[in-house]
Design a protein around this ligand. Structure first.
Ligand code: ADP
Ligand code: MG
Length: 239
C-alpha cells in the first residue's frame, strides 16, 4: 500500500477546474517529483494534499486513511508537512526561534526528542547552526529556504511537501538545496517535490509525474523521464 494515494482527483477554483482527474501515488521512502509548466496545477495538487483546497471529485488516502475531507491541522498531526511557500520565514525571529515554530503544530513527546531533532536539522544545515542567533529577515534567499525546510523537519514529517524550493536561487545554492533534499529522503523521509528545475529534480527522483493543464500526461522513474524525448523537448530546454 502506498503512503499517499491520490485517485481521480479534480480541484476547482470557483467554476474553473484546475485539476481534471489526477491520480498519483507516493510509496513509503520515495522521493517523487511533479514537474510541469507554470499553471499546470502543481501547487494546486500540493494544496489538496495539505488540505488547503478541497477536491471536487476523487480521493486522497494517506497511510490507509481517507483524508479527502480532513482539516489541514489534522493532516499536520498525521505527519503531512509542507515547507512554507515563498519561504515564509518570520523575519524578526532568530533562526532557532523560526525552527521552534515548526514543532508548534506537532509537539514533541520529550525534551530529548526535541533536542535530537534540532541537532539533526543543524547537522543537515551547518549554515543554520552557524547563524542560529541571527534573525531570519537578514538571511540570504538560500539560507531562508534552508530555514523553511528545517522548520518543516522540526515537525518530523512522514510526508514532506516541497513546492519549488529552488525558485529564485542562484545555481550553486540550487544544487545545494537538491543535495539536502536527497539526503533528507535518504535518511528515511518520504518527499513529494514540485519543481520547474526538471533536470536536477528528475535525476534525483525515484519517480516523477508530468502535469499538463491539470492532467498527468506522463509518469515513470525519474531517469526514464529524463531520457524521454518529449520531456526533454518540453522541460529540459534541449531537443
Ligand atoms: N487562487 C486561485 N484562484 C483561481 N485560480 C487559481 C488559483 N490558484 C491557481 N489557479 C489556477 O489554477 C491553475 C493551476 O495553478 P497552479 O496549481 O498554481 O499551477 P502551478 O503550480 O503548476 O504553476 C492555473 O490555471 C491557475 O491560474
Ligand atoms: Mg506553483
Amino acid at each position: 500500500m502506498a503512503l499517499l494515494e491520490i485517485t481521480d482527483m479534480s480541484v476547482a477554483y470557483g467554476r474553473i477546474e484546475a485539476l481534471h482527474g489526477v491520480s498519483l501515488t507516493v510509496e513509503q521512502g520515495e522521493l517523487v517529483t511533479l514537474i510541469g509548466a507554470n499553471g499546470a496545477g502543481k501547487t494546486t495538487t500540493m494544496r489538496a494534499v495539505s488540505g488547503l483546497r478541497a477536491p471536487s471529485r476523487g480521493s486522497i488516502v494517506f497511510d490507509g486513511k481517507d483524508i479527502t475531507r480532513m482539516k489541514p491541522h489534522l493532516r499536520v498531526l498525521e505527519g503531512i508537512i509542507q515547507a512554507p511557500e515563498g519561504r515564509g520565514v518570520f523575519p524578526g525571529m532568530t533562526v532557532t526561534e523560526n525552527l521552534e515554530m515548526g514543532c508548534y503544530a506537532r509537539t514533541f513527546e520529550s525534551k530529548a526528542q526535541h533536542d535530537e531533532t534540532l541537532d539533526h536539522v543543524f547537522e543537515l544545515f551547518p549554515r543554520l547552526a552557524e547563524r542560529r542567533d541571527q534573525v531570519g529577515g537578514t538571511m540570504s534567499g538560500g539560507e531562508q529556504q534552508m530555514l523553511a525546510i528545517g522548520r518543516a523537519l522540526m515537525a518530523r514529517p512522514r510526508l514532506l511537501l516541497l513546492d519549488e524550493p529552488s525558485m529564485g536561487l542562484a545555481p550553486m545554492i540550487i544544487a545545494q538545496i537538491f543535495r539536502i533534499v536527497s539526503e533528507i529522503n535518504a535518511q528515511g523521509t518520504t518527499v513529494l517535490l514540485v519543481e520547474q528545475n526538471a533536470q536536477q529534480a528528475l535525476s534525483r527522483s525515484h519517480r516523477a509525474y508530468v502535469l499538463e493543464t491539470g492532467n498527468v500526461v506522463r509518469s515513470g522513474p525519474g531517469r526514464e523521464l529524463l531520457a524521454d524525448p518529449a520531456v526533454k523537448d518540453a522541460y529540459l530546454g534541449v531537443a
